[in-house]
Design a protein around this ligand. Structure first.
Ligand code: SAJ
Length: 434
């Protein structure tokens, strides 16, 4: 088997770096994205995300003629599908969101048009158990002239595997190469082909299983992290009530050789950990009690932080009668879903700032060193400014994301300012009047 021409469908946070890695190994790579703007900017060597090392690799791949972006698939030897799998809007507050597989379905149908005998199709998108088999069915329905593994096993014309991405935003280039990969071929032959493909640039182990176990492995990894973070978030709420510094507590407990508690924060964001556990829960609602509770704890933490901020504001106003909401300046530090990235998707910090913007403060400032402009719905009510300006102007400073830039701010800068610190880097308590 040799894969000289590779097509990557979906040029987002996973697809683009993956396409670039194959191209860096001098494979001919066609990246496919339905968004013409994304396609144009990649072809111009530009990337629309902050990911260390990626820009240079993409530029080189485009200049060398190894990578090109297009809006619909062209024939290739291997196709990797890395499109989003969000969930469908919930009908009521207590209903469980179902996964939205429409992006995978339309990607599979577009790939089907150019498939030929001997091709390999890999699904990388995080997916509920059974999606890879479903994709095989969609491909077979579109191409009755070819055979597929769900009916013809190892004798099929087209090979299919599920190989989840597992890279950490902010470390994608490094982790794509060094992480171990789960290879969930629908048959043994499919797994062998997938290993050969990934060996182009993967230096980690390629561990073989079946497609369903590979799907569940990916969901398990993220659900496990969600449950661990929920434990830390629950502790932070308990400790606040007991007037115990939760960060000190966790540091102490983690000195035990078999305890490793994660860090509390303003909630869990991003497009993975806050989403993927629902793919387990929606298919197994009665059996997923712990996973479901963890999701609820982490979602509740956002509201808890908002309530805490409101409480501190009320306390501040009662101690300074000359002050009112309308002449109060509040500054929020961090908008992204986690530190040192520019990604605002499912960001707890962003949701908190949105809710605060409805309180009609005199001024609401936001400090976010990783974005150049605010989302459109915040532009009229929030001012983006530097950390120094925010500290000089604000009566109340709310730390929401522990960006490196914020860690270096010394506490002495906050003279007469209320600090509300949801990440424990400025103050040991959630709220402290310096
Ligand atoms: N968070 C905490 N406390 C912690 C760690 C994280 O509150 O101790 C919060 C972060 O601030 C953020 C959210 O959790 O809001 C998720 O951040 P993360 O760094 O845990 O994970 P992601 O979403 O950036 O990436 C995860 C990774 N999965 C695991 O670590 C199991 C990554 O390896 C996956 O590839 C990625 O999901 C994905 O694409 O599925």
């Amino acid at each position: 088997m040799s894969f000289n021409v590779i097509s990557v469908v979906g040029l987002g946070y996973i697809g683009l770096p993956t396409a670039a890695m194959f191209a860096a190994k001098q494979k001919k790579v066609t990246g496919v994205d339905v968004n013409q703007h994304v396609v144009n900017s990649i072809n111009a060597g530009k990337i629309n995300m902050i990911e260390p090392g990626l820009k240079a690799i993409v530029e080189k791949a485009i200049d060398g003629g190894f990578l090109k972006a297009v809006t619909s698939p062209e024939p290739a030897d291997a196709f990797l599908i890395a499109v989003p799998t969000p969930f469908l809007t919930v009908k009521s507050e207590n209903s469980i969101p179902d996964p939205d597989l429409s992006y995978i379905e339309s990607a599979a149908k577009s790939v089907a048009e150019v498939l030929k005998k001997g091709d390999l199709v890999i699904l990388e998108s995080t997916s509920p158990v059974g999606t890879t088999e479903q994709m095989s069915v969609w491909l077979a329905e579109a191409r009755t002239d070819l055979t597929f593994p769900h009916t013809d096993g190892d004798k099929s014309d087209v090979m299919i595997a599920y190989c989840p991405e597992r890279v950490l935003p902010g470390s994608v280039v490094r982790e794509l190469v060094s992480n171990d990969r789960i290879i969930g071929g629908m048959t043994e032959k499919c797994s062998k082909a997938a290993i050969e493909l990934y060996r182009t640039f993967v230096e980690g182990k390629c561990v073989v299983t079946n497609a369903r176990t590979a799907e569940m492995t990916k969901l398990t990894e993220n659900a496990s992290r969600d449950v661990s973070i929920a434990f830390a978030n629950e502790l932070s709420i308990i400790c606040d009530k007991l007037e115990i510094d939760v960060w000190e507590l966790i540091n102490l407990a983690n000195l035990h050789p078999r305890v490793n508690i994660l860090q509390p924060g303003p909630g869990v964001g991003g497009h993975c950990i806050a989403v993927d556990p629902w793919f387990i829960i929606s298919k197994n609602p009665s059996e997923s009690k712990l996973i479901h509770t963890a999701r609820k704890v982490n979602d509740f933490k956002i509201q808890w932080v908002i309530n805490k901020i409101k409480e501190e504001i009320a306390n501040f106003l009662s101690s300074y009668p000359a002050k009112t909401i309308s002449n109060l300046t509040v500054a929020c530090f961090g908008l992204t879903f986690k530190p040192n990235i520019d990604d605002l998707r499912e960001s707890p910090a962003l949701n908190i700032v949105k809710e605060l913007s409805e309180l009609n403060f005199g001024r609401l400032l936001a400090v976010e060193p990783n974005v150049d402009e605010l989302p459109s719905d915040l532009k009229n009510c929030v001012e983006l400014c530097s950390a120094n300006e925010a500290i000089d102007e604000a009566n109340i400073c709310v730390l929401l994301v522990d960006h490196d830039e914020f860690r270096s701010i010394v506490k002495e800068r906050f003279k007469n300012t209320i600090i509300i610190d949801a990440k424990g880097i400025w103050s040991n308590l959630y709220s402290k009047n310096n």
